[in-house]
Design a protein around this ligand. Structure first.
Ligand SMILES: *Cc1c(COP(=O)(O)O)cnc(C)c1O
Length: 365
């Protein structure tokens, strides 16, 4: 399957990503098993972290997931078209004047983040279910702890079925913020004793039972990131790119170097290959001289500044025959997403959501 409409097959000369849907489902099931007392939803915002919202949501729906989370209204309405009428779709960005109509028409459940949104929702249509988001310490979106009684007062006729909060430091189990936010969340829940509660993202699930409540909201864990002591996800995205050139650098300049800026010296005898992948495809420039790919099971360092369309790697250690259009793995079973994220000085989320439009998507079912 591929979404370009060419009359020729460009997959051999393009970067591609193979999305393993069985791995997505297996990751969802693992996270579900880690939080047995809670329902496990699926966060599919940002095109399911770059992996393709429609296809991924269908696979999760078939596996038994009936609650989805998105950030934007256009994600919510597109998702409703994919999953049909049954599943609950929460909209993190809440309600605004221009989004009331599509929210109501598509039976989306907004997550109200402020008194401003509460007033809009109250005026929109009485007794329509919503969630609210309490800011327990992230200081990003949400109702502040000091506003709780006023918010409660103003929401007497509002159908608040869900109370959410979000952890700021769940990727660090040792962080004291986790327990602080948990305690504040309990305080907030006292205001809405009949509502259901949801606190945890992927890493929050790994913090243990106390953090699970009624519903969990894993995102990155479904897509192969969010690794922790308790959760080792299966790799989902395999990004590969073809070799366009195999060579040794011309040694006649005073200091032969590779790529823009001329900052990476290349000695005689070093075998180089240049691949059709660049920052326009999401291989971040911060991987310059620090990232890697795998070629025939051998780790090959990136030895240049990343260009828009090209990267040069050192293949000296590859003993097998290497040919033009052989493919290297940039992310996958060998090129582990957590390691590549560290090399890029970023997080797995950014590597996935940054996958560029030139990368051809295929699905492994
Ligand atoms: C994105 C998001 C999540 C998912 O977080 P992961 O770390 O990807 O599991 C959960 N809740 C909220 C409010 C989010 O914005």
């Amino acid at each position: 399957m591929n979404d370009t409409m060419n009359s020729f097959d460009s997959s051999t000369t393009s970067p591609t990503v193979a999305i393993d849907l069985r791995a997505v489902v297996a990751n969802w099931q693992m996270l579900d098993a880690l939080a047995p007392s809670a329902e496990t939803g699926a966060v599919v915002k940002a095109n399911a972290y770059g992996t393709g919202m429609g296809t991924v949501a269908k696979a999760l729906l078939e596996a038994g997931c009936t609650t989805f989370f998105v950030a934007h209204i256009e994600e919510a309405t597109a998702l409703r078209g994919v999953v049909g009428d049954g599943p609950t779709i929460f909209l993190f960005h809440g309600v605004h004047q221009t989004t009331i109509t599509p929210i109501l028409e598509n039976a989306i459940t907004p997550v109200l983040n402020s008194m401003y949104e509460l007033k809009l929702w109250n005026a929109a249509k009485p007794n329509t279910p919503c969630a609210i988001h309490i800011d327990t310490g992230m200081n990003r979106l949400g109702i502040q702890m000091s506003e709780l009684s006023a918010f409660k007062e103003a929401s007497k006729s509002t159908d608040i079925m869900w109370v959410f909060s979000h952890l700021a430091c769940s990727d660090d189990p040792e962080s004291p913020m986790n327990a602080i936010q948990l305690e504040r969340f309990f305080k907030a829940l006292e205001y809405w004793p009949d509502a259901k509660a949801s606190l945890s993202n992927t890493c929050g699930i790994a913090l243990g039972n106390a953090y699970h409540f009624d519903l969990t909201r894993p995102g990155i864990g479904l897509y192969g990131g969010g690794q922790s002591k308790t959760f080792i996800p299966k790799a989902v995205a395999t990004i590969s790119a073809p070799i366009l050139n195999i060579f040794e650098a011309d040694q006649s300049s005073p200091v032969p170097t590779v790529g823009y800026g001329g900052e990476t010296p290349t000695p005689a005898g070093q075998k180089l290959a240049t691949i059709a992948l660049g920052y326009a495809d999401g291989s971040l420039r911060s991987l310059s001289n620090s990232g890697f790919v795998f070629l025939k099971d051998v780790k090959c360092p990136i030895i240049c500044r990343i260009s828009m369309d090209l990267i040069t790697i050192d293949i000296t250690n590859v003993t097998q025959q290497v040919s033009i259009l052989d493919r290297v793995e940039f992310l996958g079973q060998h090129a582990h997403i957590e390691d590549q994220a560290i090399a890029a000085n970023t997080i797995t989320y950014e590597l996935l959501t940054g996958m560029g439009p030139r990368i051809q998507r295929t699905y492994v079912i």
